[in-house]
Write a protein that binds this ligand. Sequence first.
Ligand SMILES: Cc1ncc(COP(=O)(O)O)c(C=O)c1O
Length: 438
Amino acid sequence: MSETLAIYGGKPAVDVSKVVNWPPINDIDEKMVLEALHQPSQARGPQNLAFEKEFAEWNGNKYALFTNSGTAALHMCLVGCGIGAGDHVLVTAYSWSSSATCILHHDAIPIFVDIDPETFLMDPDKIEAAITPRTKAIIVVQLHGLCNDMDKINAIAKKHNLKVIEDACQAHGATYKGRKAGTLGDCAAFSFNQNKCLCCGEGGMFVTDNEEIYNGAAKLWSFGETARPEQSRDYHAYALGWMYRNNEITAAYGRAQLTKYDYYFKTLRENGEYLLKNLVGTPNLLLPYAPEYAEHNWYNFNLRIDFDNMGITDPAEQVKFRNAVAAALQDEGIKASVWQRFILPEMTVFAAKNAYGMGYPWAIPGADEGVDYSLEKFPNALKYSRKHISLVQTLRAPNGLDIAEQVRQGIVKVFSNLDKIDPDRIQKILEDRRNSKK
Ligand SMILES: Cc1ncc(COP(=O)(O)O)c(C=O)c1O
């Protein structure tokens, strides 16, 4: 293997012609999707009902509703749990935007909690200090496919009479003490967008075991009605509703992928564990946290650059250097990306405290009391957002240990040559490439 980095013209570590694109499609997908296409109707029908039943059985939930996104399912969780205008909802400071915009969707106020620097998840020891008299729920994001310490969080929630909503959008099949993500709180949301371990283009699933939460969520999901479309409807909007349903072709695709999910999960587990074990000792590389209590699904395998050891302290310099390392990894043939560049309290919709205009929902009388989004409160999230790089699809089935080994070689190659990473030079290379495509 050439030691010249691929971004400077060396041979890439990964033979990308051998890497299979995500998700793998075979005759099962083709047959099931075609069947749905030839049904008399492609609006919600038997495929949706079957997908909900099969997913609920697979995951161990009593109720499930198929949605057009994970974000829709998150909004349904809020409504099912009875969250309303001016309520406060705790959520991690580092996640996808809709882990927290779903709170705004129902006129409630997000209260951010800093992350633990090792798990990258909401720090459970900082939850109680963030609870206000208006707090009604905690959104627990099972980020990167790693479950939070749910016993600890559920105990705090019970003490303060809070609902626990799982954002399990990245956590299909991940477990906590043997129990699956999506069964660990009052209700949960999954995403099936293109990048997820279980995907069907776009889509999501709302799950719960609680009938009251299910009925509340279902109302929001379909025009504020109390009946499902397959039931006898009176077409009356009993509450403000959206149209969060999905269609038959997408449901059939999701069902087909679900039949293969146990194999996908096993493969991803093997590849992730292989990297975790065989990257130990790579210079200036911090590996992801894998606690005894949880089985990671390795949705995102996270690399962190050890800036403390390297003596790079300036935040802007860290970001520039990290982006150059991510570009170098990509040129080695590894699908590496920077997952979230901003922490949630930095995002304008929250920082400006104005989602709907005129300062709403923060302008609801009393709702903004004790709400402080000052960035100094989230040092761990800020630090993490500057130094992490995510590996996603290359580790997915059917890509096996042979590809994982090539990925390992690419990571070792880049991290052993960090002294050769010249952010300005790499930025220029990327710019020249972009310009040559114009
Ligand atoms: C943690 C998390 N929450 C929520 C979502 C939203 O899912 P969707 O894109 O299906 O709306 C995503 C994915 O984008 C996610 O990663």
